[in-house]
Design a protein around this ligand. Sequence first.
Ligand code: UDP
Ligand code: MG
Length: 317
Amino acid sequence: MALLSVVLPAYNEEQNIENTARVLSELLNRHGIDYELVFISDGSVDGTFQEIQRAAARDPRVKGAEFSRNFGKEAAIFAGLELAAGDAVIVMDCDLQHPPETIPQMWKLWQEGAEIVEGIKKNRGRESIFYRLSAGLFYKIMSRLIRMDMSSTSDFKLLDRKVVKVLLELPERNTFFRALTFWAGFRTERVEYEVQERQFGESKWSFFSLMRYAVTNATSFSTLPLQAVTVMGMISLIFSAILAVQTLVRYVTGTAVEGFTTVILLLLIIGGFLMVSLGIIGHYIARIYEEVKGRPKYIISRTTENVPETAKGIWRK
Ligand code: UDP
Ligand code: MG
């Protein structure tokens, strides 16, 4: 019988683990789906891993690992994929904001031959106006940059073993799970779901972590910002050509001297262009630097006992 792995990244979610494990077990049992739950505690500072261990003791189909520090949700997702043994793997948040009732639909589509089932947000849950606007802008830019429609996609997905294998073999350190499944291709189906309210605890994203996430992902999927540097250069080149002619004409006709304002403005504009360009290039160099260092995406410090020893070698690559 086919096995379904559910991967659940968890960062300081001690209040959620027990409830989530229970809800998922009940649901999957009811639908007669053979499953395992893979919780990855992302360097939590509360009792998340203890809760995972407790859940694993109650139900051997629950397993989990703890990171040595907070590596971020992307890393936790990839660790979960690495640990998952299922023929199909579902990634979902462990705060149940991704409604579990969607799982049987995804499973059914997979059985009918889908290799990726994308969870599509029907609504965006309760978010502040500011968050909504910035997320909207981010997805607009991202969709443009990577030429895929990213709005209303999420990390709630089902992946066939084939797709998991492809993702795990990617050599890059900086991954963007949400877009990588689009990039990978495969037979994709979609299911819509309503984002639920978070029951316990609070959102783990701050304004700055979201900004960092946005910039990192945008640049890991596109080199367009680098080309923007060229465009800026072109624009200032055209302007300088025009101004050069004007300056020469004035010099020849003997009406030079004036134009102090122009000089200041030009200095400021060119200085601005240069610094922004250096910043963009610097950012890409930093990303290259991170990639060539080749450090692992995450470090696992502990696992539950039912994680086979053979799986552990893979994490040390
Ligand atoms: N998460 C994680 N590492 C982090 C931040 C979040 O593993 O550094 C997990 C978190 O435990 C949750 C999921 O990612 O299961 C989504 O996070 P959250 O609910 O805080 O985000 P939101 O739903 O508000 O977008
Ligand atoms: Mg959430």
